[in-house]
Design a protein around this ligand. Structure first.
Ligand SMILES: *Cc1c(COP(=O)(O)O)cnc(C)c1O
Length: 370
């Protein structure tokens, strides 16, 4: 039975069973270490509540989001035994909300540490946290110098229950990159200064760098959602997303006819064009203009002309007419054209394709937890 896009122009199918299977694959690869999950940015655009619930059903007990607001949205929908970590830490003045909503900050600066420690003092109770170090990415966490300052100040961590020490890898998808070993060495050296704390280094790609990178807790995101974790290698993850756009109409073009804004494509021969109800407002990036492809009944149809806000145009001259009815669905992201392949054509990475997925799609979850 073919699903249709209903009142929307496109159907986005998200396979929660595939996410669970990907989680199992990573957890098995981790051997003894725990597998958490990054569910920031609405679980990379796939829906934070259904995705989190699927992961929790598979045994995940550690969820990572970027903002406090994201943590508050998830908290009521997962069991209290699931820890929710806010990677940006507390916005200044919002520390008490972490207690109210039972979520845990990642402390990235001396200032965040001081605020969390004074709240612990005021509450007269120890407060949990993750402490993040910068080991070479220069984005988040305490610098080496700040760590030395912290170690010199014996009161600095008073009242803070440091559950995990954490750092983030800059180049993990490139297994041969020398930065991986450099960051590993820096992280190990820092860890030696804080005995008794757990440690977390690996994102998706980091898990594939080997057991030395696993420590106590991993934080994969992209691989759970089907993005290839290792550049230049076969993707071991199951595809999670299928995007199908609906044909609105087709037309026959005489040779030399232009298509779309600025007429950036002209037919060289008699051509059939299908207009599909997905555009850059849906996250079908404008950089795919004259570069993207769709598949219709397995036949590749090149995207011709510029991507519009609400539509794209395909050269469907090679596609049998029976598949070109109004309402027929064409595959935009599928086994034939994965998230990573779409990203390569758009000049970006799979992460951006996923997190750009539009709000107008009809969403259908399959493989749901029952
Ligand atoms: C986003 C993020 C992750 C997850 O990364 P993936 O590459 O998607 O696996 C882990 N840790 C931090 C600090 C992040 O920002």
């Amino acid at each position: 039975m073919q699903q249709d896009a209903g009142r929307a122009g496109a159907l986005l199918t998200i396979d929660l069973g595939a996410i669970r299977s990907n989680y199992r694959l990573l957890q098995n690869k981790l051997d003894g270490a725990l597998c958490g999950a990054a569910v920031k940015a609405d679980a990379y655009g796939l829906g934070v509540l259904p995705v989190s619930q699927a992961l929790v059903a598979e045994g995940c007990r550690h969820l990572f989001v970027a903002h406090l607001e994201e943590a508050i949205a998830v908290r009521p929908h997962v069991p209290e035994t699931v820890a929710i970590y806010v990677m940006h830490g507390a916005p200044r003045g919002y520390e008490p909300e972490f207690i109210e909503h039972r979520c845990i900050p990642v402390l990235n600066s001396r200032e965040q540490i001081a605020a969390w420690s004074s709240l612990a003092a005021a509450r007269q109770s120890a407060l949990p946290a993750i402490m993040q170090f910068d080991t070479g990415m220069s984005r988040m966490g305490l610098s080496g110098q700040e760590v030395q300052g912290l170690l010199a100040d014996t009161d600095a961590l008073r009242g803070i229950d440091v559950r995990y020490l954490m750092s983030h890898l800059a180049c993990a998808e490139d297994q041969a990159h020398p930065m991986n070993q450099k960051q590993l060495a820096a992280f190990k050296a820092l860890r030696a200064q804080f005995p008794g704390c757990g440690a977390s280094l690996a994102n998706s790609s980091g898990i594939f760098l080997g057991a030395e990178f696993h420590f106590d807790l991993a934080r994969p995101g992209a691989a759970l959602y089907g993005v290839a974790p290792v550049a230049g290698a076969a993707n071991p993850m199951q595809a999670v997303v299928r995007l199908q756009g609906a044909i609105i109409q087709t037309r026959e073009l005489a040779p030399g006819t232009g298509v779309g804004y600025s007429l950036t494509w002209q037919s060289a021969q008699p051509s059939r064009i299908a207009t599909v109800a997905v555009g850059y407002a849906d996250g079908w990036l404008r950089s795919l203009s004259n570069r993207g492809v769709a598949h219709i009944a397995g036949v590749e149809a090149p995207m011709v002309g510029n991507v519009s806000m609400d539509t794209i145009t395909l050269d469907v001259s090679q596609v049998p007419l029976e598949h070109l009815q109004a309402g027929s669905l064409v595959d935009l992201i599928s086994a034939n054209n994965t998230v990573d392949q779409v990203a390569a054509r758009a000049g970006t990475i799979g992460y951006e394709i996923l997190t750009s997925l539009g709000a107008r799609y009809q969403r259908r979850y399959v493989g749901e937890v029952t």
